[in-house]
Design a binder for this molecule. Structure first.
Ligand code: DGJ
Length: 346
């Protein structure tokens, strides 16, 4: 995913514009008068879009396209969600930004399917952790996501495609990758275009890392089992200085737990567990700042600096779950995530 100088120039321009009170959330768009112009990340606060509405992009990921960041995530908005899920019209929403702080709602990226009795995207199903990659060979944006029934026994991965990063995405199908159960997941794209699916499998006990076919629509048939018996969920992957890193959580439902990271020289391993990446008090370290990983975003032009993106789930009111974005650094091969009440990228 883009980490070049062009992106950095956009980032600086976007931040400068936001600071001056005329932030551009997306190309050619002026900040809506209702929307607050943000100059800092406020982990755990209510994060509104440029129209003043709380952002609905939980369990999400980021894609950089021509200097614009696209944030895809679970839409749990109260408008569409009445506690049973029956009122749902949208599963995945997409937002765009030039500065990662001020976001414009691009609308529904993946709609619920309401006119079929049984469908993976029926309002009562579970659709979680959508992540999007661009396939250079096919020219298509490919969304991967966890598809499940309410009892989490269906345990499949779903795939959707679009010609535009914001969608709407056309749903293709779901399956068990390499014949294995699949729940929490993410995807990774190497610089040479090889892509991988990382997903919690075998009753969540073991993480599978599966190479994707060239069109990114199916697993290629080669996969490894990692962290056997360690029950890792919420994988978020990044690379630095030729090594790969996975930050993940333990399995405690919507409750936060202790993060762990692992390092490898190749995506298919072998992986070495390296400990808890969180710095701070025991409580902060034990509960990952009351959040659960979803994505790690490289700060363009700043090698070794990343944004750790996590969800602070509110089990009693999932639409009000918050985003915890924090600085993550890799120094001497060690990963460190630090708490900040409010922070900006410099
Ligand atoms: C933890 C997972 O990480 C979330 O995505 C979600 O599936 C919850 N479990 C459901 O309890």
């Amino acid at each position: 995913m883009g980490t070049g100088d062009t992106a950095q120039a956009f980032l600086i321009a976007g931040l400068a514009a936001a600071t001056a009170g005329c932030g551009l959330a997306a190309p050619g768009r002026t900040m809506h008068s209702m929307g607050e112009v943000r100059t800092k990340f406020n982990p755990g606060g209510i994060w509104t879009d440029d129209a003043g509405k709380p952002i609905q992009a939980h369990g999400g990921g980021i894609l950089l396209v021509d200097g614009v960041w696209y944030w895809h995530g679970e839409d749990k908005s109260p408008d569409d969600w009445n506690g049973t899920g029956a009122g749902r019209t949208s599963w995945v929403r997409c937002y765009s930004s030039r500065d990662l702080l001020n976001w414009h709602d691009e609308g529904v990226a993946l709609a619920a399917v309401r006119d079929r009795a049984v469908h993976d995207l029926s309002p009562g199903r579970v659709v979680e952790r959508p992540k999007v990659l661009f396939n250079r060979r096919t020219g298509k944006y490919v969304m991967w996501m966890h598809i499940d029934t309410h009892d989490y026994k269906y345990a499949r991965t779903g795939v959707a495609v679009s010609l535009s990063p914001a969608g709407p995405f056309e749903y293709l199908e779901s399956f068990r990758p390499d014949g294995a159960e699949s729940r929490d997941m993410t995807v990774w794209q190497d610089a040479d275009g090889t892509a991988y699916l990382l997903h919690s499998s075998e009753g969540n006990a073991t993480l599978h890392i599966s190479r994707l076919a060239a069109d990114y629509l199916h697993p290629a048939g080669e996969f490894v089992r990692a962290f056997e018996g360690r029950y890792r969920e919420a994988p978020a992957v990044f690379s630095h200085a030729g090594r790969y890193y996975i930050v993940s959580s333990h399995c405690t439902g919507w409750k936060p737990n202790e993060a762990e990271y692992a390092v490898a020289d190749a995506m298919l391993g072998p992986w070495t567990v390296a400990g808890n990446p969180c710095a701070g008090t025991d409580e902060q370290r034990k509960l990952t700042f009351e959040s659960q990983s979803t994505y790690v975003l490289p700060v363009p032009g700043k090698p070794g600096r990343f944004i750790f993106m996590a969800d602070r789930w509110n089990a009693g009111n999932l639409p009000d779950s918050r985003y915890v974005w924090l600085p993550l650094r890799v120094a001497d091969g060690k990963v460190e995530i630090v708490w900040r009440d409010a922070w900006e990228m410099r």
